[in-house]
Ligand binder design. Structure first.
Ligand code: HEC
Length: 113
């Protein structure tokens, strides 16, 4: 019984450590050196799986963002509301305006011309 309690208490002590690591480390979209929201990190978190780092991975028929000619306002709308052909809406996922702005800028920068 005593052994069981001691074990239990050690887990309680570790819980906050796990919480801090699981919440902050892998999901942060803030650039460590500038302390600002980094559009490339927002992109990495939500978009890279289909579009790839450079924008031309094309998984699940994802549009080639290098070849895309959308204007910033259209990119913004596509992210927020999605499309009928497989791009989902991020309106309720990316709710922070600073993150959205940085992301739009990054996607625009992937375009080749
Ligand atoms: C599940 C895969 C998937 C993810 C994740 C995804 N997309 Fe897409 N995206 C697509 C598909 C598929 C299309 C093509 C939709 C179409 O043709 O209507 C697309 C199209 C787009 C377009 C339109 C390009 C053009 O010129 O028409 C933009 C911009 C875009 N995605 C940006 C993003 C951003 C930014 C994210 C991250 C927030 C993201 N996507 C996440 C699948 C994805």
């Amino acid at each position: 019984m005593a052994f069981y309690l001691r074990q239990n208490r050690s887990w309680l002590l570790l819980a906050p450590v796990f919480l801090v690591f699981s919440r902050c480390a892998p999901t942060s979209v803030v650039n460590e050196s500038t302390g600002k929201v980094d559009g490339a990190l927002v992109y990495k978190k939500h978009c890279v799986s289909c579009h790839g780092k450079g924008g031309d991975r094309g998984l699940s028929n994802a549009a080639n963002l290098k070849k895309s000619t959308l204007r910033s306002s259209e990119i913004r709308k596509t992210i927020l509301y999605g499309t009928e052909n497989g791009m989902s809406a991020y309106e309720e996922v990316i709710t922070n305006n600073e993150e959205l702005n940085a992301l739009v800028k990054h996607v625009k920068s992937l375009q080749e011309d």
